[in-house]
Each structure stands twice: as C-alpha cells, then as structure tokens.
Design a binder for this molecule. Structure first.
Ligand SMILES: NC(=O)c1ccc[n+]([C@@H]2O[C@H](COP(=O)([O-])OP(=O)(O)OC[C@H]3O[C@@H](n4cnc5c(N)ncnc54)[C@H](OP(=O)(O)O)[C@@H]3O)[C@@H](O)[C@H]2O)c1
Length: 297
C-alpha cells in the first residue's frame, strides 16, 4: 500500500527511472541477494517501505516472524545502501514504537521511555531497531538516512484479508459483506473504546516525499493528522459510508491493543507539512477503491 502510494506521488511530480522488485523477485531477508541487487542497480535514493505488516491477530500469533523478517529486511537494505553509496534513504517505522502507557499525544521524545504494547512487541522492537540503525549509520558513516513514524494508514491498495488486515480495511469488508448478505448485525472486535489516529495513504506518501526534499538529520518524524477517533465512532462512520443499516455489536473478548494511539505532529508541522484528506473523504475513496478492486484484493 505505502510503497505504491510513494511511487504514484513521485511519478505525479515528474520523477522517473525507478527500480523496484516484488517479494517473489527479491526476498529482502536474503542478505546475498540484496547485496547483489544493490551492486547491480546502484540506486541513488532508497525508500524502505517493505516490511512484514499485519493486524493484531497476526502479530499475536507470529511475533517471531514479525521481529525476524523486519530485522532482516531493514538491516540488509540499510547496510547495502551504505556499501553501495546510496545518497539518501527513507525508513518507514510505525507509531507502535512508543510505550504502551505513553502520555498522549505521543511526542518523538517519548521513545524508549517504557515498555511497548505486548500484542505487537516483535514488530515494534524491529521498527525501533530500524530507526536507530539509520540514526547510527548517520553518526558513524555520515550517511543521510531519515525515518518516519506514521499513525494507522488506510487507503488504496490496503490489505483486505480477514486474517491480516488493519482496522479500516477489516471494517469496510465486514460492513460491505453484511450489507450484501443482508445480515442483521455485525460484530466488531474489541470494546470499541480504543482510540486510533488514521491517515489516508496518499497523505503519508506526500509527507515522505516532502521530507526527502526538505530534511536531513537525526530527528525522526511522527506522521499523522493529530486527531484520533474511537473504534466505535469509526465503525459508525464506515457503516454509514458503506450503507449498512443493521446493528453493530462489540466483542469484548477480543483484544483492544493500545487504549489510545495519538501522535503529536508538531515537529513535521513546524517543517511546513500538513495532511490534506479528511477522514470521511479518505474512507469514501477507500470504499470505492475496494468496490472497484475487491475481486482482486
Ligand atoms: N499500513 C499501516 O497502517 C502502516 C502504519 C505505519 C507504518 N507502516 C509501515 O509502512 C510500510 C509499508 O506498509 P504497508 O501498509 O504498505 O504494507 P504492505 O501493503 O503489506 O506492503 C509491504 C510490502 O513489503 C513487501 N515485503 C514483505 N516481506 C518482504 C520480503 N521478505 N522481501 C521483499 N518484500 C517484502 C510485501 O511484498 P508482498 O506483498 O509481495 O509480500 C509488500 O509489498 C511498512 O514499513 C509498515 O511498517 C504501515
């Protein structure tokens, strides 16, 4: 989702001469294959958007996979970038890096002030390591590697797989199927009270390109809207957009994850960037994308 959006944004700004591979063509966990790729292709700029990504259940069931795959992917890319003389690299982290009990909204300074959320510990530890790796390569080798920590992202190209999706894609699919099958109620995981900050994927892509153009240094950046919404409110909003009129029930036996995840976005705001797409507009665009593509997603 995010890599494709960054590519779209770069193309729309007139950039060309891209090189990218699917995971089938190049397994980024394979150190030798990644070294070969970099020495053959010699890219100037690298956007590291590949990662093992998944929803709360996938993270609970496969914590070792989330830690191992992400450590391997990012270590291989960052080190090969250094060895092949890449001019600039952007690493995509996540708001999961912050402590579970972090004060809200979460400022960049709160990193490593406490324990991360246990349901996605493997993923979070890998993301912290990736961001620190960028920082330490900069310190030791004077590279220009920067990191962003996006909030929950949704939009075109999202993963609608029931076992692996994030909240927006999962709710769109649930409400759409319930509408088609005329089901009287939809059950949503968790209490509905957890709060999440959501950003449309094209806004994240825009922020990434903005930072590649406008920032070098060892600060990392929270990327979000600076506003959050409860899962209950989100479910109501999505059911309205989808046109589902049945009951919404909450299954409290399923985990909520972090009670609230809202980021302080002052640092990127001060640099001159702000999101454009409202939540309602972004959800509507995503639902229409799903309708056009759901046979293939
Ligand atoms: N989505 C969010 O809400 C969110 C929020 C914060 C941060 N992020 C970060 O943004 C980045 C992109 O996330 P996304 O939502 O765009 O996820 P995505 O749609 O699942 O994309 C991840 C990509 O990584 C590739 N990949 C995974 N393992 C690979 C491997 N071993 N070798 C090569 N490629 C591999 C996948 O390829 P295949 O599909 O071919 O396996 C996929 O194209 C990630 O770093 C993620 O942590 C995402």
């Amino acid at each position: 989702m995010v890599g494709s959006a960054i590519l779209r944004t770069l193309k729309s700004k007139g950039f060309s001469n891209f090189v990218y591979r699917t995971s089938k063509e190049l397994d980024l966990r394979d150190q030798q294959a990644v070294k070969r790729f970099f020495s053959e292709q010699k890219p100037d700029y690298v956007v590291l958007a590949a990662a093992r990504v998944g929803g709360i259940m996938a993270n609970i069931q496969s914590p070792a996979t989330f830690l191992y795959d992400n450590l391997m992917i990012q270590s291989n890319i960052i080190n090969s970038s250094y060895e092949s003389g890449v001019k600039k690299l952007l690493f995509l982290g996540s708001s999961c890096i912050y402590p579970r009990n972090a004060k809200q909204p979460m400022k960049e300074e709160y990193l490593l002030d406490g324990k991360v959320e246990p349901t996605n510990e493997g993923y979070a530890i890998a993301k912290i390591a990736g961001m620190k790796l960028c920082e330490m390569y900069n310190r030791q080798y004077q590279t220009d590697y920067i990191s962003v920590m996006p909030c929950n992202i949704y939009g075109y190209g999202d993963n609608f797989d029931s076992n692996n999706s994030h909240v927006v894609a999962a709710l769109i699919k649930k409400f759409h199927e319930a509408k088609i099958e005329k089901r009287p109620e939809v059950v949503v995981w968790g209490s509905g009270n957890a709060r999440r900050e959501l950003l449309f994927v094209d806004d994240l892509a825009d922020a990434c390109v903005y930072l590649l153009d406008n920032y070098s240094g060892n600060d990392f950046f929270n990327i979000g809207s600076g506003v959050d919404i409860s899962i209950r409110e989100l479910a109501n909003l999505i059911s309205g957009i989808v046109g589902y009129h049945g009951e919404i029930q909450f299954d409290r036996s399923m985990p909520d994850g972090m009670p609230q995840k809202l980021m302080d976005v002052q640092r990127i705001t001060d640099l001159g960037w702000k999101y454009q797409v409202s939540l309602k507009e972004g959800l509507s665009l995503t639902y229409h994308w799903y309708l056009d593509n759901f046979k293939n997603v």
